[in-house]
Design a protein around this ligand. Structure first.
Ligand code: GDP
Length: 410
């Protein structure tokens, strides 16, 4: 039995969903899974570096709707290509990386070839689907016809149950995991800090695409207050994105050039050093115009590196940490609240040390891929069995779910 993952986003493209699929499917048996991923610059070189069964196909449509003739033609071409790949690999199930466009293609394939499919939901795309009646209608159909809907957090699962609606028996929460052998603590390293331009300054780090919901701007606005108590504070920003120019303007406007460093997108090795060497990791996310953070893998990566974390009280991010034990959840709509918590954490090395040690233990217990990947595979297998076999899947995901106090199936 071969399952084909159809995903637009996959490395070398940077992003949470690409990281999730790469880390998960490379831990599953090669003979059981094949990946049909979107084309991307550098993909060919990347694909030479691993031994996954992978095919590339065009999945970057100008629009996800089907009304425009150009996108209708793009969907038809992709559907044809997908059917050829399914036949070539003898695939018997599909996993769609997102409802649109991948899930729509999986649904068409189900109609033509009878293949069942599962669809992933990351949270943030739900707002995009809601922005148009056509996309809402399409996504609803994809969710309705899926055998299994996989939510990346309890928060995403709740939204699916309440607003789409997806019935509880076809809905599971699979949290992404983290590679704790790669993301691991390291002692302070003066050379690495010098290379990053940090020297011995206290550093708050954020990693991720520069998008409004991630709240870089709130932390920048909090810096004047933080600077009063922690004069040499440096805010290091790793990642790139559409907000870059606006954030740079804000830094200039507030005269904070000495306190903010934009690193841009870093290679994995440099990004790891940044995680390991920072004093505090922050993802000060908040909801902006309905856009929210679905989960926040970066918070797992920082905790795996033994760093205390500060996360926004919005979307799925609270599920990534153990509040008060591994970090703090903060209402990041207001810079002053954020500044208060950041000052507290930056001023107390002992508190940071114990939060960081607990953070490492927390991700080892809850999010290590070596445990998360087999659980996900068991969930896939249970979903492919007739109704009675699904019990296992409830139990498998329920363990992590109940830790956070709720269960997606309740
Ligand atoms: P999302 O992209 O909004 O889903 O954010 P997540 O926090 O869920 O995931 C972001 C992923 O992209 C994480 O695995 C990060 O390590 C990775 N990432 C983000 N920015 C960079 C970067 O500049 N360099 C590298 N190498 N990885 C990055």
């Amino acid at each position: 039995m071969t399952t084909m993952l159809l995903t637009r986003v996959f490395p070398p493209q940077v992003g949470g969903s690409g990281r999730w699929f790469w880390e998960l499917y490379r831990r599953l048996p090669r003979e059981e899974y094949v990946i049909a991923a979107g084309e991307y610059p550098g993909a060919r070189e990347f694909d030479r570096s691993h031994d996954l069964q992978i095919e590339r196909m065009p999945l970057d449509f100008r629009s996800w709707g089907t009304i425009a003739p150009t996108s209708l033609a793009a969907y038809s071409r992709a559907a044809w290509r997908l059917r050829r790949l399914v036949r070539r690999h003898d695939a018997t199930r599909l996993h769609a990386g997102c409802a649109l466009p991948e899930g729509w293609l999986a649904m068409r394939c189900r109609r033509r070839l009878g293949l069942p499919y599962a669809v992933y939901v990351h949270g943030e795309e739900l707002r995009v689907f809601r922005s148009s009646r056509e996309l809402t209608w399409m996504a609803r159909r994809v969710y309705r016809h899926a055998d299994l809907v996989i939510a990346n957090s309890q928060n995403t699962a709740r939204l699916l149950r309440e607003s789409w609606p997806v019935s509880a028996e076809r809905l599971e929460v699979h949290h992404p995991g983290v590679d704790t052998t790669c993301f691991r603590p390291a002692p302070p390293d003066a050379g690495a800090r010098r290379q990053l331009g940090w020297d011995d300054r206290p550093v708050i780090l954020t990693v991720g695409r520069l998008q409004r919901r991630k709240g870089h701007d709130v932390l920048i606005r909090a810096l004047p207050a933080i600077r009063q108590r922690v004069p040499r504070v440096l805010y290091a920003i790793v990642g790139d994105g559409e907000e870059r120019a606006a954030l740079q303007c804000l830094v200039d406007e507030l005269g904070l050039g000495e306190h903010v460093r934009f690193h841009g997108s870093l290679g994995d090795a440099d990004m790891l050093r940044a995680y390991q060497q920072c004093e505090l990791f922050a993802l000060p996310n908040r909801e902006v115009d309905g856009d929210f953070e679905g989960f926040g893998i970066v918070l797992l990566e920082a905790q795996a590196c033994g760093r205390p974390v500060l996360a926004g009280q919005s979307g799925g991010t609270p599920e990534t940490i153990s509040p008060g034990r591994t970090g703090e959840i903060v209402d990041c709509r207001r810079p002053d609240t954020l500044a208060e918590v950041a000052i507290h954490l930056l001023s107390d090395a002992a508190v940071r040390g114990s939060l960081g040690a607990a953070a490492r233990r927390w991700v080892l217990e809850q999010f290590d891929w070596t445990a998360v990947a087999p659980k996900a595979r068991a969930g896939f297998m249970a979903a492919s069995r007739p109704a009675g076999g699904r019990r296992d899947a409830h139990d498998l995901t329920g363990r992590a779910a109940s830790f956070h106090g709720t269960n997606a199936r309740s």
